[in-house]
Design a protein around this ligand. Structure first.
Ligand SMILES: [Fe+2]
Length: 201
């Protein structure tokens, strides 16, 4: 049975600890992984994967510390890996990683960066990094960003079932997490019907 914990990892960044029967995955260790590492110690969890939603340093700065203290395999898109000096696994759209009985599917969602990914766990929880926030989406004006790609990624996320929980990379919204159904009705980035509409947000 999968267990998901949300932890602050520096600033307003959110990191996640996904565990199933003694094995775990960290999504975005951020700048300060101490709470996640403490929880892993306390629960006696073995780290299998460190999955990075994208390369930005607020999501990845503590990666060397986490690797040193807990091991694990770093998994990231090629674009992300190239900017971090490599990764143990290169992720592409449609890849599925397993953590005991839990499946973790990679969805490539460029826009914030060309290598941004979302992670869909057991078809129920979507870890969106800086692609989709609660009531907002990631900025597209940083190096490699693309509003056109973001528009396509929003369409792709909109096509997923309403019951999915959206778990973003920052705590920017009124809530830490929300259902995708609520976000389809309330999030202007998901509601934008055209590129032009998205550009005005
Ligand atoms: Fe970012």
């Amino acid at each position: 049975m999968v267990k998901i914990e949300t932890h602050p990892v520096g600033g307003d960044n959110l990191g996640y600890l996904i565990s199933d029967k003694g094995q775990c995955t960290i999504v975005d260790p951020g700048m300060d992984p101490s709470r996640i590492l403490d929880r892993m110690d306390k629960e006696g969890l073995e780290l299998e994967y460190i999955i990075l939603t994208h390369h930005h340093s607020d999501h990845t700065a503590s990666l060397p510390e986490v690797r040193r203290r807990a091991g694990g395999r770093t998994a990231a898109s090629r674009y992300c890996a190239e900017r971090l000096g490599g990764a143990n696994m290169i992720l592409i759209d449609g890849d599925v990683l397993e953590l005991n009985d839990t499946t973790m599917e990679i969805i490539h969602t460029p826009g914030h960066t060309p290598g941004s990914i979302c992670l869909l766990v057991d078809g129920k929880d979507l870890f969106t990094g800086d692609t989709l926030f609660i009531d907002d989406c990631g900025r597209c004006d940083l190096p490699g960003g693309s509003l056109e790609d973001m528009f396509r990624s929003m369409r792709r996320i909109r096509s997923l079932p309403d019951g999915i929980m959206v778990r973003p990379g920052h705590d920017y919204g009124s809530r830490v997490a929300d259902t995708l159904g609520n976000q389809k009705r309330a999030n202007p980035c998901l509601l934008a019907g055209s590129l032009e509409e998205l550009s005005r947000i």
